[in-house]
Design a protein around this ligand. Sequence first.
Ligand SMILES: NC(=O)c1ccc[n+]([C@@H]2O[C@H](COP(=O)([O-])OP(=O)(O)OC[C@H]3O[C@@H](n4cnc5c(N)ncnc54)[C@H](O)[C@@H]3O)[C@@H](O)[C@H]2O)c1
Length: 414
Amino acid sequence: MKIAVAGTGYVGLSVALLLAQHNEVHALDIVPEKVAMLNEGTSPIVDTEITAFLDGNKSGKKPLGFSATLDAKEAYEGAEFAVVATPTNYDSQQNYFDTSSVEAAISAIREVNATAWIIIKSTIPVGYTEHLRIRLSDERLLFSPEFLREGHALYDNLHPSRIVLGAPADDGQAIEAAHAFANLLEEGADPAELSRHNENGSVGIPKLVVGTTEAEAIKLFANTYLALRVAYFNELDTYAESRGLSTRDIITGVCLDPRIRSDYNNPSFGYGGYCLPKDTKQLLANYSEVPQNLISAIVDANRTRKDFIASEIENRIQGIENPVVGVYRLTMKSGSDNFRQSAIQGVMKRVKARGVQVLVYEPTMRDSEFFGSEVTKDLEDFKRRSSVIVANRWNSDLAGAEEKIYTRDLFKRD
Ligand SMILES: NC(=O)c1ccc[n+]([C@@H]2O[C@H](COP(=O)([O-])OP(=O)(O)OC[C@H]3O[C@@H](n4cnc5c(N)ncnc54)[C@H](O)[C@@H]3O)[C@@H](O)[C@H]2O)c1
């Protein structure tokens, strides 16, 4: 089966490679360098499984039906399904996602293919697919939320927590297409997942076909819950640090309750990465005239946390003449090369606003400056010149500079 994918970022590339195990997949991007790299078998992003898949294809050990292109006709013509995985950045002027790239991709698909089922994988506002179906008089638009984590993009598609498809409840053909696409995603998953036992007693990968608006809500409510959990343990840490208590002991004791669990509870400088900050704000915008307290609090809590971290850093440089705050990595997570919306950038902005010099250590960055601050790749020089080193996540790189480090990575994990 021919399948097209628009966008070869974290989502598009991992879905494309997953489906390319059993189908002919044509992935289109508008960035020529990405397309060239992919056709040479090189991943434009850091991801173990993506690299392994591209290597296996190149060596012929595990051939895939995968190619990348800039050409819309080549990608979209004759495809049965066309997946849209383009960015939806939060537009702070409009207080809403900017969905223009999704609409550009849909219009490019429809120019050469009137019948493909278009599966929107980009995260979109609640109600968007329904609105677009009416506005474009296009009945072949479906939505499937993506739950992958950056750094584990293809892994999470090979081992999905669940597969969710959104189709209008009163359209039998669309529901059938949604089930067919869910089956394709399942077919690409690691075969061991088909016999796994889930917490709810079910066996295999849970598959859910619901309304498009419900599917959109699943994505935004799931991410807002994750942001809530991060914000909660961060606020616990703010309290403990302010009162001179051991955050580690409190979190350990709290999380021994099996209803609370011991994962996703490691304090940080704030929730960040591409998705959580923008998805929480979009959900808040969707609430509009619906009463709520929690969703605003989750958005506000992240600002308060970064203010607190910045003032803690300020306390640590008091009395030092011409202090230099060393920022260890701009990334959000260890093992990632992506620093979109990372929490440390918010902290950095606050520190700089107080007139303090910032030095960044970021080995993946080509430029020698980041928003007016010097960037170095020389770790030893960085350690020597920094009065205090702030690290959202601990790394063995930092060994030997313990007395300078300020981190809240208490459990030394993501
Ligand atoms: N990154 C994540 O962890 C994650 C997880 C779940 C959902 N999402 C959502 O998926 C969407 C994509 O996220 P991402 O992280 O993969 O983004 P990304 O920025 O890594 O990749 C998007 C790609 O789309 C390309 N593109 C832009 N306009 C295009 C067009 N008109 N036609 C074809 N390609 C185009 C870009 O060049 C880029 O390569 C977003 O809506 C995001 O919220 C992301």
